[in-house]
Design a protein around this ligand. Structure first.
Ligand SMILES: O=C[C@H](O)[C@@H](O)CC(=O)C(=O)O
Length: 280
């Protein structure tokens, strides 16, 4: 049921890895295929990263097919799900018969235990991140206006941006998933500078709304702060950040990205910043 499974990696596996190997281990591509629910599994905190592009008919979140002992069980039996519509048009997500309309950048938190999740709306692009859960919270729709908005950066540093925290304690309860959208102001290109790591959580970045996508790319940096590597990322691709890795990027034009974390805590501020002078 998974398009790809990404295995956990050791920091030393970065040294000497070719660019192709880095892309193979960390880059998630082809999330949107019309009429399909594309799901990728990573052993980094067992996150599932997916995309839904609805075709002629509605698309259903599949039941589990593997391992055999789980076959036929709902995908969210022991998981929770965050959905953000990154498409131009609105769409609908129906959760156990209850319909939620998601306009552009609206978010839906879907609780553990929900059995039937269906997607509709040909102009919507649903980006999905799911994490294991141990407790059922309320299914909730959040608009970007509901987010805890943090204004960060400056024009002088080319990183003026707003961090919209959507699924996070205080805004929307969840078992471990923490998720939001960061939007860069036009003319700004750096995210997450200075860089940081959080050894107790893994993180996924999904870059979207890259201005002039055919001719623009994000240069995403990863690895230990003193052993940085880069992955060149196109619009609507995602990248896995293991807990030991920095995750920051610069692009040739403005863009937005969805960030999602899971792990041992949900404390957004529990991160170790790395001074710019220590990067190497
Ligand atoms: O752990 C937090 C994540 O890396 C992001 O929220 C950072 C971010 O959006 C930014 O600074 O631009």
């Amino acid at each position: 049921m998974f398009h790809r499974t990404y295995h956990a990696t050791h920091p030393e596996m970065m040294e000497g890895a070719s660019n192709a190997a880095l892309r193979d281990r960390y880059l998630i591509d082809a999330l949107f295929r019309r009429g399909e629910c594309v799901l990728n599994y990573t052993h980094a905190d067992r996150l599932v990263i997916g995309g839904v592009l609805v075709g002629d008919a509605e698309v259903r979140l599949p039941d589990q097919t593997q391992p055999a002992s789980a076959a036929g069980q709902p995908f969210l039996q022991r998981r929770e799900l965050g959905i953000i519509n990154v498409g131009a048009g609105s769409g609908t997500v129906v959760v156990d018969g209850e319909a939620f309309t998601l306009d552009r950048l609206d978010c839906l938190y879907v609780a553990m235990g929900c059995a039937d999740v269906r997607f509709a709306g040909a102009d919507a692009r649903f980006y999905l991140v799911s994490a294991p859960a141990h407790q059922r919270f309320a299914t909730r729709k959040l608009s970007i206006a509901d987010a805890n908005a943090l204004s960060r950066g400056s024009m002088a540093e080319a990183n003026e941006r707003t961090i919209h925290q959507l699924i996070i304690p205080g805004v929307c309860d969840s078992a471990q998933l923490v998720m939001g959208v960061t939007v860069l102001q036009p003319g700004n290109v750096w995210n997450t500078m200075p860089a940081h790591v959080h050894d107790r959580r893994s993180e996924i970045y999904f870059y979207f709304d890259l201005d002039q996508p055919e001719d623009s790319r994000v240069i995403h940096f990863m690895g230990r702060g003193d052993g940085m590597r880069q992955i060149v990322i196109a619009n609507e691709q995602a990248v896995i950040s293991p807990p030991w890795s920095i995750h920051m990027g610069v692009a040739t034009r403005a863009y937005s990205f969805v960030w999602a974390m899971a792990g041992e805590n949900q404390d957004y501020a529990d991160m170790d910043a790395i001074d710019i002078g220590q990067l190497a």
